[in-house]
Structure formats: structure tokens, C-alpha cells
Design a protein around this ligand. Structure first.
Ligand SMILES: Cc1cc2nc3c(=O)[nH]c(=O)nc-3n(C[C@H](O)[C@H](O)[C@H](O)COP(=O)(O)OP(=O)(O)OC[C@H]3O[C@@H](n4cnc5c(N)ncnc54)[C@H](O)[C@@H]3O)c2cc1C
Length: 373
């Protein structure tokens, strides 16, 4: 088989870049060893929050903001193409302080963000509780990011897969062992049941990116960081927007489910939900909104954020011509899906990307080992 582009991995990153490439007329095969969306992409909270996640103004914040700005149109497009709702909900994000010390830290951060032109409001405890009456009486203050939103990543993953398929991308089941090279450039992939020749390869294998031979990335450039998540049921819905308390959060869905997340654990690829992890995420959720203690428990899971040494994604070309990256999205792969897909697809097609990808080049992480050929 010979195609224009092989995409390795069918998480949200692989599906979205395949959608853009297929829409541009390329023949695209997406190789997924499991089922599309099986890993990090279906485990995520779906928070779209540049304000909380990108601590300082700078290239990463700019990338996050560029993606947030695309989200509404992106959701509408994917919904139209797939016929599925992706659960995009506005209402902003609240980052709450449960004591005076954290309230002071947040106020200082707000000043820095506001100087960088980032839209944020500082609320006192009463104003925060007027927005979210279930918030703890201990709430001393909050930052409010009014333009932010959330999406349901499980719905998104399914919708993106259908949209990309309908646009012409072919999805095959198979574990890619190696990126093949010939004549000094990427020339396809070897997977468990054969070889697919291509003019370009996009590595979108998330936390497993360094397990693909010939990946061309520096050692240690992508590693798994486990996150555990627990889900509660509230009727009527107890909360209406995403609420952070430091790096912990609760994410309400429209139907009253509340996702409580998430741990940050360096345990390799050990996919487990632990007693300590659940105690932590549920305990913090109940601190944010004490009435959650009475909510029925629904389910829990864990999966791996593809983390990079500086926390920023790896996007665009590396040293081997024809090999491109859409990986290392760490805590923000759902937020970054629209802009990553547009930018990586543009580079693969030889067009100018809509955002400067230099800060996200693998070159910033050191020298890699490309496929030979
Ligand atoms: C608990 C948790 C909460 C999160 N919350 C948020 C959030 O609120 N907001 C946000 O923006 N982000 C969040 N994230 C991060 C987000 O989920 C990830 O950044 C994003 O899903 C990465 O997408 P991906 O497509 O790169 O990876 P994945 O979804 O992991 O997809 C990679 C795919 O590649 C496949 N694959 C791997 N190796 C091979 C191979 N050799 N051959 C074939 N297929 C292969 C895998 O099976 C997998 O399906 C969260 C993550 C976790 C774990």
C-alpha cells in the first residue's frame, strides 16, 4: 500500500491531523494498535483553560489561546461532519482559593496575567459563591476566566474519528514497530502485519511515542505521567463550570456528572486506580464543594499524559525530512487539538502554519536519533 501520509496513533491528535490532511486532499492512513481514542484522549477532563494551565504569558500561553479561540468553530465543524455532539460548554473557569495565603498568590498571578493582556477577573469569596453556590464556605477568593470552557473528550474522540473517516482518512488496526526511511527521508512505517509506504509520517502516539523505532526524538523527550479520575453523579447538577483549586479540579458535565481529577504520578506505564489516588481526588473535590460528599460514586479510571521535559508539546518537523510530530501535549492535548491539527497539517502539506511552531520544535529538547535509510 502507498499513501501520502501515515499517522501513527488515533487519539485526538492523530484523528484531528488526519481530518485536516484528508480535507486537503491527501490520502491518509491512521494506524492505531487499540481502538481510536482508547488512551489519554478518553481519560481527559476536557478542560479548555489557558488561564490556569499556562502560568505565564509567552509562547505556550499564545498557543493555548489560539486553540481556545478556534474551539467553537471546531466543535461546530466536527459536529456537522460526524453528526455527534462533542459537549462544548462555556461558562468560564474558576480557580478558587480556600485560604488567605492562596488568595494572595492568586491575586499576584492575576496582576501578572492582566499585564500580559490575559482576560481574568479577581473575585472575593461571596462573588465566587454567587457564580457557584455549591462552593465551600471556606472560599476566600477566586480568579475567573470568563472566556474558557470544557468539552467531553469521549464524545470528541468518537466524533473526530467519524469526521476523519468521512473526510476520507482510512483507519487500520495495527501496532507500528518502526518508522522506515529511504533516501534520507521518512518513507513509511512497518507495522505488525506489513509495510505501508508514504511520503510523510506523523507521529501522534502520545505517551508511547518513544517506543516507535526511528522516532527521531531525544531520549526522555516524552514520558507518561499518570492521572487518576473519579466521577460522581449529582442531580440536579451541583456545579455549572470547571473549578480548579491549585492543580486539582472538578469538571461538571451537562447531565450532572462531576469529574474529579487528577493525580500527577511518575509511575511509568502502570495503569491503575489506587486507594490513595481516589482518596486524594475525592477529598479535594469535597473540599472545593462539600456537598459532593453526598453524591453517588459512578466510575473511575487512570491514563497517561504525554509529558515533555518543559511541559510544552512537540509539533512540526524534526531532523528527518518527511517525519512530523504531533505529540507531547501533556495536560492540554484536548485544549490544543484544533491548533495542533491545523499547524501540523499545514507543515506536512508544505504550507505556512497558522502559528509559529519554533518554540515547539523537537530541536529545543536536544539531538534525536532518526530512522536510518
Ligand atoms: C487524567 C487525565 C486528565 C486530562 N485532562 C485534560 C484536560 O482537562 N484538558 C486537556 O486539554 N487535556 C487533558 N489531558 C491530556 C490529554 O488527554 C492528552 O494530552 C491528549 O489526549 C493526548 O492526545 P494524543 O492523541 O496525543 O494521545 P493518546 O490519546 O494517548 O493517543 C495516542 C494513541 O496512539 C496509539 N499508539 C501508541 N503507540 C502506537 C503504535 N506503536 N502503533 C499504533 N498505535 C499506537 C495509542 O493506542 C493511543 O490510542 C488529560 C490527561 C489525563 C490522563
Amino acid at each position: 500500500m502507498k499513501v501520502d501520509v501515515v499517522v501513527i496513533g488515533a487519539g485526538v491528535q492523530g484523528c484531528a491531523v488526519a481530518l485536516r490532511l484528508a480535507q486537503a486532499g491527501s490520502s491518509v492512513v491512521v494506524l492505531e494498535r487499540s481502538i481510536p481514542g482508547a488512551e489519554a484522549s478518553s481519560a481527559a477532563g476536557g478542560i479548555l483553560s489557558p488561564g490556569v494551565e499556562a502560568l505565564d504569558p509567552g509562547p505556550f500561553y499564545e498557543l493555548c489561546a489560539a486553540s481556545l479561540a478556534r474551539w467553537e468553530a471546531f466543535a461546530e465543524e466536527v459536529q456537522r461532519l460526524s453528526g455527534l455532539w462533542v459537549g462544548l460548554r462555556g461558562g468560564g473557569t474558576l480557580e478558587v482559593a480556600l485560604d488567605d495565603e492562596v488568595a494572595r498568590v492568586l491575586a499576584g498571578r492575576a496582576e501578572k496575567l492582566a499585564k500580559g493582556g490575559i482576560p481574568v477577573e479577581v473575585l472575593d469569596g461571596d462573588a465566587a459563591r454567587r457564580l457557584e453556590p455549591a462552593l465551600s464556605g471556606k472560599t476566600r477568593g477566586a480568579l475567573y476566566f470568563p472566556a474558557e470552557s470544557s468539552v467531553d473528550p469521549r464524545l470528541l474522540g468518537r466524533a473526530l474519528y467519524i469526521a476523519a473517516s468521512r473526510a476520507g482518512a482510512r483507519f487500520l488496526t495495527g501496532q507500528v514497530g518502526r518508522i522506515a526511511a529511504a533516501g534520507g527521508r521518512a518513507a513509511g512505517v512497518d507495522h505488525e502485519s506489513g509495510h505501508i509506504a508514504s511520503r510523510a509520517v506523523v507521529l501522534a502516539a502520545g505517551s508511547w511515542s518513544l517506543q516507535v523505532e526511528g522516532h527521531g526524538l531525544p531520549p526522555g523527550s516524552v514520558r507518561p505521567v499518570r492521572g487518576q479520575m473519579a466521577v460522581l453523579d449529582t442531580r440536579p447538577p451541583a456545579l455549572s463550570r470547571v473549578i480548579f483549586s491549585e492543580k486539582w479540579y472538578v469538571v461538571p458535565r451537562a447531565d450532572g456528572r462531576i469529574l474529579c481529577g487528577s493525580t500527577m504520578e511518575e509511575v511509568g506505564f502502570e495503569k491503575a486506580v489506587t486507594a490513595g489516588g481516589l482518596q486524594h481526588v475525592l477529598g479535594l473535590a469535597c473540599e472545593i464543594a462539600p456537598r459532593l460528599a453526598a453524591a453517588p460514586f459512578v466510575e473511575c479510571w487512570s491514563n497517561f499524559r504525554p509529558a515533555t521535559p518543559d511541559g510544552n508539546p512537540i509539533l512540526g518537523p524534526g531532523t528527518l525530512p518527511g517525519l512530523f510530530y504531533a505529540t507531547g501535549h501533556y495536560r492540554n492535548g484536548i485544549l490544543l487539538t484544533p491548533v495542533s491539527a491545523d499547524a501540523v497539517a499545514a507543515i506536512v502539506l508544505g504550507r505556512a502554519p497558522p502559528v509559529d511552531l519554533t518554540p515547539f520544535s523537537p530541536a529545543r529538547l536536544g539531538a534525536g536519533r532518526g530512522a536510518k535509510g
